[in-house]
Design a binder for this molecule. Structure first.
Ligand SMILES: [Zn+2]
Ligand SMILES: [Zn+2]
Ligand SMILES: [Zn+2]
Ligand SMILES: [Zn+2]
Ligand SMILES: [Zn+2]
Ligand SMILES: [Zn+2]
Length: 383
C-alpha cells in the first residue's frame, strides 16, 4: 500500500462521520477539511473566519503590523501544528498564507508562488496591502490588552466585538452600562464612537440601559428601544445644510459625550445615504456600515441558509455558529485527532499492513474512550 500521508487521513472523514461518536462541532470541522480551499483567489472577502500564525511570524507577538492572517483552510492545513490565534471573523481580508514574511508555502493555492516570483519588490510586506491588522493578530484584546482566554483573569465576563474596529472588549471595560445581550446585536466601542461622532446623532436608535431609579419625567432615559419616532420628531429641528433629503437626525439627547453604543438588528438601514453622508462615510472609511452583507448576522445567516454544496461550506457554517470558546475547542480537538490518526496509520506503513475499516473504527472507539494506550499506535495483527 502507499504510505499514509496527511492527505489520506482526511479521506477517513466518512468513516468518522459514520461513527457519530464525536460531538457535532468537531465532526463538522473535520468533515470540511477534505476540501482544501484557500480563499485567496476570491480576493478581499467581505467576512471570513481568520487566524494569525505566531509560529511563522513570531514578531507579530509584539507588532501587529508584522502579522499574517490565514483563512480557515490554510490554518488547518498549511499551518497545522503552528501556534495560531483564532480571530473569529473579520471583514475585507485576503489570505496571507505563503505570501508574507516567513510564512510557510501555501499548499492549498500554488498559484501564489508565481505572485512571489513576479513580485519585483524584495519585500513581501506590501502584499495584500488593503488588509488591516489590529492587536488581535498579536493575541491581545480589549483596552486591557490581555490574551484570550486569559488564565490570570478570575472575573467571569464576556467579550463583545466592536463592529467598527473589530477588536473585542470585556463588558466591564466598555466604560458604560451594558444592556442585556438579547436586546442588541451590534456594539460600537467608545473609541470608535469618538472617531465617528456622527454616530451620536443616531443615539436614538441605540439600546439604552433603563435606569428605573430615575424619575419618569426624565425623558432622556426613556430611549430604551429602537424608536423611529425620535428621529422623525427631531428631524424638523434639523438645520439643513443642503437641500438634499438628508435623514440624519440631530442628536436627540443633545449629549455629545461619546460612549459605547449598542444597536438592534437592522439599525444600519436607518443610516442616511444622502450624498453628503455617503461622502462622510467614505472619508471616515466606514462605508461598510451601510452594507448589509458586512454584518456578522448576515454572515451567519448565509452560512445557515446556503445549500450545502460542499462540506467546506457546511463546516464554515457550523464553525460560525459556535461561540469563540467552542470554536477553539473544535479546532483543537480536530488537530489532536488528526495527529493521533496519522500516528496510528504510520504504524501500518512500518509493518507493511493494510488498513481495514475495522481498524479505523477501532481507532475512533479508542479515541472516544480516551484510552490513549499502546493499542492505538499498534495494529493488533502485527506479523
Ligand atoms: Zn488561505
Ligand atoms: Zn504558520
Ligand atoms: Zn495556505
Ligand atoms: Zn479588557
Ligand atoms: Zn471599536
Ligand atoms: Zn444624510
Amino acid at each position: 500500500m502507499d504510505s499514509p500521508k496527511k492527505d489520506d487521513v482526511v479521506t477517513m472523514v466518512d468513516v468518522l462521520n459514520d461513527e457519530k461518536e464525536l460531538d457535532e462541532a468537531t465532526s463538522a470541522v473535520l468533515s470540511g477539511s477534505d476540501e482544501k480551499i484557500c480563499t485567496y483567489s476570491s480576493g478581499y472577502i467581505k467576512r471570513q473566519a481568520l487566524y494569525s500564525c505566531l509560529t511563522c511570524c513570531p514578531e507579530a507577538k509584539d507588532d501587529q503590523e508584522k502579522a499574517i492572517g490565514l483563512c480557515l483552510g490554510c490554518s488547518l492545513d498549511c499551518h497545522d501544528h503552528h501556534q495560531l490565534v483564532e480571530l473569529y471573523t473579520k471583514r475585507s481580508f485576503r489570505c496571507d498564507c505563503g505570501l508574507k514574511y516567513n510564512s510557510v508555502a501555501c499548499r492549498l493555492d500554488t498559484s501564489k508562488k508565481k505572485i512571489l516570483e513576479t513580485s519585483a519588490s524584495s519585500s513581501t510586506a506590501n502584499v495584500n496591502e488593503l488588509n488591516k491588522y489590529n492587536q488581535n493578530f498579536s493575541g491581545t484584546y480589549c483596552t486591557c490588552h490581555r490574551p484570550y482566554p486569559d488564565e490570570e483573569d478570575t472575573v467571569d465576563d464576556e467579550m463583545i466585538q466592536c463592529i467598527v474596529c473589530e477588536d473585542w472588549y470585556h463588558t466591564r471595560h466598555l466604560n458604560t452600562k451594558v444592556p442585556d445581550s438579547t436586546t442588541y446585536t451590534e456594539m460600537i466601542c467608545e473609541s470608535c464612537v469618538t472617531k465617528n461622532d456622527f454616530l451620536l446623532d443616531y443615539i436614538g436608535l441605540a439600546v439604552e440601559v433603563v435606569d428605573l431609579s430615575q424619575s419618569a419625567a426624565d425623558t432622556t432615559l426613556n430611549v430604551t428601544q429602537t424608536n423611529d419616532s425620535i428621529i422623525e420628531e427631531s428631524s424638523p429641528k434639523r438645520i439643513k445644510l443642503s437641500d438634499d433629503a438628508c435623514t440624519r437626525p440631530n442628536n436627540p439627547l443633545n449629549d455629545n459625550v461619546a460612549k459605547a453604543l449598542f444597536f438592534k438588528d437592522a439599525w444600519r438601514k436607518s443610516l442616511c445615504q444622502c450624498e453628503k453622508c455617503m461622502k462622510l462615510y467614505e472619508e471616515q472609511k466606514v462605508q461598510y456600515l451601510i452594507d448589509e452583507e458586512d454584518t456578522v448576522v448576515f454572515y451567519e445567516e448565509k452560512g445557515k441558509n446556503k445549500p450545502k454544496t460542499s462540506s467546506y461550506d457546511a463546516s464554515l457554517a457550523a464553525l460560525s455558529s459556535l461561540d469563540r470558546v467552542n470554536q477553539i475547542d473544535a479546532i483543537t480537538s480536530y488537530n489532536r485527532m488528526k495527529d493521533k490518526l496519522f500516528e496510528f496509520l504510520q504504524t501500518f506503513v512500518v509493518n507493511n499492513q493494510i488498513v481495514t475499516e475495522e481498524d479505523v473504527k477501532r481507532f475512533f472507539r479508542t479515541m472516544k474512550e480516551g484510552t490513549d494506550n499502546q493499542n492505538v499506535h499498534q495494529p493488533h495483527f502485527c506479523r
